[in-house]
Design a protein around this ligand. Structure first.
Ligand code: FES
Length: 481
């Protein structure tokens, strides 16, 4: 099922690239970060083309809950401790400015995208102390933040951090409007970049500046972003007949919920996990149980899921791609905050390309080394990769094919070979290789999405083996070899 944003937006199709072209700047990726970057570059007179492998807005921009906020979980108290007030202040200012930039652009262009300014809340049902520290940290950095025990939620909370002046909108209506005058090639997959040339499946694009806005960078080197990112999934229900909320909410406790209203619908999010670690499934059912408990009269009208890139130290990577490729730029690692981070990224990258560097960009520099803040994630991510590679090589299949009931998938022994199998409702069997084409980790079955997901860096494939999410760039082979 697709998101309410996709169901309510028609984006006019664009032609695919035909042959070779040149431009001053080329942006790879037609999500919000790519489209905004191309938009601002064009506004500043830089001749820009945008390349999208599928359709504009077909990636994570259409799967978000579309909160535009500088409130990114329990962040500011921690950032002050790790980076001092200067570094944490750069992060806060850049994100607060992103909200203003949206407001100004939407007002100036009269964009009909359901822009609504709302307070944002982090809530807890456990301990107040962390939220009190967070409210104080954010306030020290100039955000209109306070601790409160007063919320409109239908369950008791111990406290909440309230940020004033935040917003929500319809992400694809916004994207559709600002993309109208851009030069866009859809159905054009970038497969490699060499120097100033992008090699696509439809021709070559030569550009002085090349921006990677592909959610997860597809080039392994230089940059080595796959060593510094993992991906996580989360799930959303749209509910009608649920009590509307004025604010936007996020629970900070284990299993905390994300909530916001969109028109007559309540969007209820949660059930997050690392990509490739949902073999038991049931994530939508967890949300359905919460809906039944707190809004028993509500009815589900849509459900969908999102995939987020998580950086090692909790700060996105925005800036020059690599010291060895000074004219390549990157925007990735937005965590759960893709809407606000897209605007931050577009502003920073446009400034870098046009020679107006933003002093607040330093905190996002992709080549920072914050060992203390990164050590735990580095250890965890490295361990997951080693374990998955070992499983791929040494652990035998768990079951035989005839043990798999209709509607289920799993790794089975198929003709003596470890194989990913999905048996559909009609009993037809679909087999794929369970070796991830990115770097060879063993894929895991995700019963909620009927997909094969990689626990190492988060590539995903549907049950036929078709690529859904990178960094992998190719489909799965038909069966294990
Ligand atoms: Fe890197 Fe699968 S995504 S090995």
């Amino acid at each position: 099922m697709s998101s309410i944003w996709r169901e309510t937006t028609a984006i006019a199709p664009r032609n695919a690239l035909e042959g070779d072209i040149e431009a001053e700047a080329a942006v790879i990726g037609g999500g919000l970060a790519g489209v905004l970057t191309a938009y601002f570059l064009r506004e500043r007179g830089v001749e820009t083309v945008l390349l999208e492998a599928d359709r504009l807005g077909s990636g994570q921009t259409g799967n978000t809950t579309a909160k535009v906020t500088s409130q990114h979980g329990l962040l500011y108290h921690k950032l002050i401790g790790e980076l001092g007030e200067e570094g944490a202040g750069q992060y806060a200012r850049a994100n607060q400015r992103a909200i203003t930039a949206y407001r100004d652009l939407i007002g100036e262009k009269c964009i009909d995208c359901q822009w609504e300014e709302r307070p944002a809340y982090l809530y807890t049902s456990m301990e107040q102390e962390l939220l009190q520290e967070e409210a104080h940290g954010a306030w020290r950095l100039g955000i209109d933040a306070k601790f409160t025990t007063d919320t409109e939620l239908p369950f008791p909370v111990k406290g909440a951090v309230q940020f004033e002046g935040q917003a929500q909108f319809h992400p694809l209506k916004f994207l559709e409007h600002i993309a109208r005058e851009l030069v866009v090639y859809e159905g054009t997959r970038a497969v490699k970049v060499e120097g100033d040339t992008i090699l696509t499946d439809r021709g070559r694009v030569k550009a002085r500046h090349i921006v990677f806005a592909t959610h997860f960078p597809f080039m392994n080197a230089p940059g080595y972003y796959f060593l510094r990112l993992h991906q996580e999934r989360s799930y959303v229900l749209a509910l009608e007949h649920a009590q509307p909320l004025n604010g936007m909410y996020l629970g900070v406790d284990e299993g905390g919920l994300s909530l916001r209203t969109s028109g007559a619908l309540l969007l209820l999010g949660g059930g997050g996990h690392r990509t490739g670690e949902n073999s038991a499934g049931g994530r939508y059912d967890l949300l359905r149980q919460a809906a039944q408990t707190y809004w028993p009269q509500a009815r589900e009208t849509a459900h969908w899921s999102a995939q987020d890139c998580m950086p090692l130290d909790g700060v996105p990577y925005i800036g020059r791609f690599s010291p060895s490729a000074p004219n390549w730029y990157v925007a990735t690692g937005f965590q759960k905050w893709g809407m606000t981070s897209s605007m931050v990224a577009a502003s920073i990258l446009c400034g870098l390309i046009t020679g107006r560097e933003d002093p607040d960009a330093r905190v996002f520099g992709p080549h920072r080394l914050r060992l203390a803040a990164s050590a735990k994630s580095l250890w965890t991510d490295g361990g997951k990769t080693v374990k998955s590679l070992a499983r791929s090589a040494f652990v035998p299949a768990g079951a035989a094919l005839d043990e798999l009931p209709p509607g289920h998938g799993g790794i089975v022994d198929y003709n003596g070979v470890k194989t990913g199998v999905y048996r559909d409702g009609e009993g037809q069997v679909h087999t794929v290789s369970v070796r991830c084409p990115h770097l060879g980790c063993q894929l895991e079955w995700n019963p909620d999405e009927k997909s094969w997901d990689c626990p190492c860096h988060g590539s995903r494939f549907d049950y036929t083996g078709a690529l859904l999410d990178g960094p992998a760039q190719e489909n799965l082979k038909g069966s294990s070899g």
